[in-house]
Design a protein around this ligand. Structure first.
Ligand code: NDP
Ligand code: 8X3
Length: 252
């Protein structure tokens, strides 16, 4: 049966790779992000393969989230798969030097934004007693690393929300799970280091990081399991990475 997925953060990195992979596999798409030009390009490109609807909103704006998702036109108003992916790290500072704006951004986007989007989608899944929610968590939601403080806290919150949703939605037969990647080369570090591309590039130097397509491959695997199978929590790292702080680099 034809499915429709709503992907937040579809304009870049992991969300973009999932969008492309889903289009290739015939899954209709509702693609979300703030960069309209990229949404337009995606609609033009992926719209040749599947039905695509785009939504431009900031996940921090709860009125906007509820309004745009609540007024999705047919046939996009039935979301079978929700990929809660939008998010970023802002800054990498010891707690005593952390910026309040960075902290607000990470909590508001990674935690509250994810909740707003889920709140907007859940009623239709609950009433149909069907649906699949996948959270893009992180290894930062499994362990805390130096200077990761608030980003790690936001991803630990995603881990807790993933567990809580699975418990509360169990009675409706809705599948809930998380994919928690380690280091993936995307725009993530450019955002974290506020456009300092040289610093961002060094994060992924000297080893083979995960590619966004690796995560898309896993997410596609997760959504194509038979309905009685729910991948509840999956951690994936590059082979060169053993933990958030142990990465085998060729120059070290
Ligand atoms: P990117 O920076 O490449 O992508 C982030 C996406 O989130 C963009 O599409 C961006 O779209 C969207 N986004 C960011 N802020 C907002 C906002 N306020 N409102 C709406 N959309 C927003 O990073 P990744 O692809 O790496 O990150 C995706 C997810 O994966 C994040 O949750 C991140 O925490 C997680 N992750 C990343 C890892 C990595 O190493 N890269 C590892 C583990 C987890 P736009 O700017 O157009 O709004
Ligand atoms: C992204 C992985 O280690 O850069 O969530 O925080 S890490």
């Amino acid at each position: 049966m034809k499915k429709t997925a709503l992907i937040t953060g579809a304009t870049s990195g992991i969300g973009l790779a999932i969008a492309k992979r889903f289009a290739k596999e015939g899954i209709d798409l509702v693609l979300c992000g703030r960069r309209q030009e990229r949404l337009n390009e995606l609609k033009a490109r992926l719209g040749k393969k599947v039905q695509v609807h785009t939504l431009n909103f900031d996940v921090r704006n709860r009125e906007a989230v509820l309004k745009v998702i609540g007024s999705l036109p047919s046939p996009f108003d039935q979301i079978d798969i929700l990929i809660n992916n939008a998010g970023n790290a802002h800054g990498l500072d010891p707690i005593e030097d952390g910026s309040l704006d960075d902290w607000d951004a990470m909590i508001d986007i990674n935690v509250k934004g994810l909740l707003y989007v889920s709140k907007a989608i859940l009623p239709q899944m609950v009433s149909r007693k069907a649906g699949h929610i996948i959270h893009i968590g992180s290894t930062a939601g499994k362990e805390v690393y130096p200077r990761g403080n608030v980003y790690c806290a936001s991803k630990h919150a995603v881990d807790a929300i993933n567990q809580g949703m699975r418990i509360d939605l169990n009675q409706y037969g809705i599948r809930v799970g998380a994919v928690n990647p380690g280091l993936v080369e995307t725009e993530f570090s450019k955002v974290r280091f506020k456009g300092d591309d040289t610093r961002a590039e060094t994060v992924y130097k000297g080893f083979q990081p995960l590619l966004p397509e690796d995560i898309a491959d896993i997410v596609h695997f997760v959504v194509t399991r038979p309905y009685h199978v729910n991948i509840a929590d999956l951690v994936v790292m590059p082979t060169a990475q053993a933990s958030s702080t142990i990465v085998k680099k060729t120059f070290e």
